[in-house]
Design a protein around this ligand. Structure first.
Ligand code: IVH
Length: 692
């Protein structure tokens, strides 16, 4: 057997076993044998790069390269479904359809709680995976989707030569729990629910990270001109035969009663499923009928989603704790009599702020309803007044910080109370250090919340600048910390000196200055010195900075203690300046440019960078000194109007690229100029039943 035949045989076998494992849940060989074959294929591919294939099973591990997502226009818009929570409305839906169409078959399916995806296959090979986006165009996340085991990279059977198939990418509970456990251990922010985790993972810039997160994918809709199928049910069966994972819980129902009993069954049974669902989707089965029923602007008239109500439990409010966050924000947390809710015992619930408590008139000892919304911690939704003790008194909110005793303050427009004692309040100090070392900030590995507490309590680290005075010998005296971990931490602190200015700025933890704002500030001011000298008005010229943020920055940067810390960090060698970039050309020197809309070959940030790299200046809004606008799709109508009024030139993405003489990211020459589409009428060709 020659090498190519060998490679091909291994690929076919691995695709088969992958399908058995991820789609059918019926593996035929052991993990050991699978891994052995995979290694063999990897070795052969490494020796013979000429036979590389982006759909090889070896591609499932993803890559460490960071990628940005191209915006891709959907061939048919990705619509959503109309929702109902009531059986009565569902009955009306069935009646309306049967009035128009006579006796009708419905397919009832689980509504998977993840994020929608559209996959394109050409000649049996996955060529593109695009998120829903705004329904008109989404992000090209193909590299990430290739790593999902249940997505077939190559198909089997009588598939059409080109088609699009849509479904849901979701995160099973087991993957979700594991992910959040890992994040907690690393001191990272937790995902609120599996849906956010799935959507967040799909937008990861490194596909190798996606590969490890355990996503799954189920499909429920096909679009192809070549199919001669006449019903939704048949497409599901066909798609399954080509290798797609199709839910085994779909059912044909012929009466309202059958639909109701399907819903009733799953309202309970879904709690045992290993993945999240939030309802049942009911679809007209026959494509001819679907076509006649058609669409409204937003959703098909032949389908509806029945959503399950969030589960509630009634329990007693025992006491209220007050947590102090890194910024001094106070969050009241309810301690409850333990109660079973959606499979877990709930003992605590968030109360958000004083206003919420007042609005609901929640009192100690009350019986309250708790609900699991999209958040990690359940919330109190209502008080059961009929069970209230006649002697109960309105809740008195605290006036002093529970940690340091300082009188709390309220800022205008903020619902929360704050402890203003930033320099002396323990949870705030610890919170700031933990924030500073986060991956998205200074990325100091090996230090979790607990170690930070140990360092603080032992007097070694009282603020973030103290981190840079640490020596390995200081650390090895801490309990539970070996010599090797100590060396790693010191190494990681040292490498944090290379972290770019924007992340250092974010790491300082200035109130309201999140990751994006920090990036804009760094881009706009270029250095800490410039930022420190900026007036409020100047601060507000930076993107994303309004009144509130500007005040907060000034308050932070005029505080003596903060200034001292910044100076120490500067002496420790942290970056307080944007790195100077070498100009590609000077063709835009003196030009003010506005970027507006969505683009095909570049992200907005890439275009902004290109403007700077060619000597130009980015402006956020059109004004009389704007030289030209680079407009993508859906440029804001206000901007367009202003530009027309001021007579500012509008360039398309490709015209702009041509102007600066650059090429596309993939190295190809710039595309034909695209026409600038301004309106967003949503009048794409809608998917019709007959096309499935
Ligand atoms: S059919 C025209 N079937 O729910 C839209 N959608 O609210 C056809 N979803 O965007 C969608 N499970 O992301 C359909 N079995 C299922 C579904 C499902 C989950 C999601 C999907 C869609 C959203 C609509």
């Amino acid at each position: 057997m020659n090498v190519l035949d060998k490679i091909t045989a291994l690929r076919v076998a691995l695709h088969h076993h992958n399908h058995k494992y991820y789609v059918e849940n019926a593996p035929e060989i052991s993990d050991f044998e699978f891994d052995k074959m995979m290694r063999e294929l990897m070795d052969l591919e490494a020796e013979h790069p000429e036979y590389a294939d982006e759909n090889s099973p070896t591609m499932r591990v993803g890559s460490d390269r960071t990628s940005e997502f191209k915006s891709v226009r959907h061939r048919y818009p990705m619509l959503s479904l109309s929702n109902t929570y009531s059986m009565e409305e569902l009955g009306d839906f069935v009646d309306r359809i049967e009035n128009e169409q006579g006796q009708t078959e419905f397919v009832c399916e689980l509504k998977f709680d993840g994020t929608a995806i559209s996959l394109t296959y050409e000649n049996g090979r996955l060529v593109r995976a695009v998120t829903r986006g705004d329904g008109e165009s989404g992000d090209d996340v193909t590299a990430n989707v290739r790593t999902i085991g249940s997505v077939p990279l190559t198909l089997t059977g009588d598939y059409p030569s080109e088609f699009e198939i849509r479904g849901e990418i979701f995160m099973p509970y087991a993957s979700f729990d594991r992910l959040n456990m890992e994040r907690e251990a690393a001191g990272e922010q937790l995902f609120a629910n599996p849906r956010n985790a799935a959507a967040g993972t799909l937008k990861q810039q490194q596909s190798s990270v996606v590969a490890k997160r355990g996503l799954d994918c189920t499909l429920y809709q096909i679009a192809s001109r070549e199919l001669s199928i006449t019903s939704h049910w048949e497409t599901l069966m066909k798609a399954r035969s080509w290798g797609f994972k199709i839910s085994e819980h779909a059912k044909i129902c012929r009466t309202k009663e059958e639909i109701e009993s399907f819903i009733g069954y799953w309202d309970t049974a879904r709690k045992e499923l290993p993945f999240p669902t939030d309802g049942i989707v009911i679809k007209v089965n026959d494509f001819a009928k679907q076509r006649q029923l058609g669409f409204t602007a937003k959703s098909p008239r032949w389908a509806v989603a029945y959503k399950f109500k969030a589960e509630q439990a009634l329990t007693r409010l025992l006491s209220v704790d007050f947590q102090v966050g890194r910024t001094g924000a106070i969050t009241p947390v309810a301690n409850l009599e333990p109660v079973l809710l959606a499979g877990t015992v709930v003992k605590r619930a968030t109360l958000h702020n004083a206003e919420q408590i007042e609005l609901m008139d929640i009192r100690l000892g009350d019986m309250v309803y708790v609900e699991k919304g999209g958040e990690i911690i359940p919330k109190i939704t209502e008080v059961e007044l009929s069970e209230r003790n006649s002697e109960s008194k309105p809740f008195e909110y605290i006036t002093e910080c529970p940690e340091c005793g300082t009188t709390l303050v309220r800022y205008e427009g903020e619902a929360k109370h704050y402890c203003p004692n930033q320099g002396g309040c323990r949870p705030q100090i610890l919170g700031r250090i933990v924030h500073f070392i986060r991956r998205k900030a200074l990325d100091i590995d090996g230090l979790g919340g607990e170690t930070v507490e140990l360092l603080y309590d032992s007097g070694l680290v009282k603020n973030v600048a103290d981190l840079y005075d640490l020596r390995a010998t200081d650390l090895s005296v801490l309990p539970r910390l070996g010599e090797k971990s100590a060396d790693n931490i010191i190494g990681s602190i040292a490498s944090s000196r290379e972290v770019p200015f924007a992340r250092v700025l974010f790491g300082l933890g200035i109130r309201f200055v999140g990751e994006t704002t920090a990036k804009y500030l760094a881009q706009h001011f270029k250095s800490m010195d410039a930022l420190m000298q900026a007036t409020k008005e100047e601060l507000m010229e930076s993107d994303e900075v309004g009144d509130k943020i500007a005040d907060s920055i000034i308050e932070y940067l005029t505080d003596e203690e903060n200034i001292a810390i910044i100076e120490r960090l500067r002496r420790a060698g942290l970056r307080f300046e944007e790195e100077a970039k070498e100009l590609h050309s000077e063709c835009l020197v003196g030009k003010n440019v506005v970027i507006s809309g969505k683009f095909i070959d570049h992200t907005r940030d890439e275009l902004k960078e290109l403007i700077e790299l060619n000597g130009g200046k980015n402006q956020s809004g059109v004004s009389s000194n704007t030289d030209f606008i680079v407009a993508g799709e859906n440029m804001g109508p206000a901007k367009l109007q202003k530009a027309t009024k001021l007579g500012v030139t509008i360039l398309s993405e490709s015209e702009f690229i041509e102007m600066i003489g650059a090429t596309n990211r993939d190295g190809s020459a710039p595309a034909e100029p695209i026409s600038v589409e301004v309106s967003n009428s949503g009048e794409g060709e809608a998917i019709q039943g007959s096309l499935f």
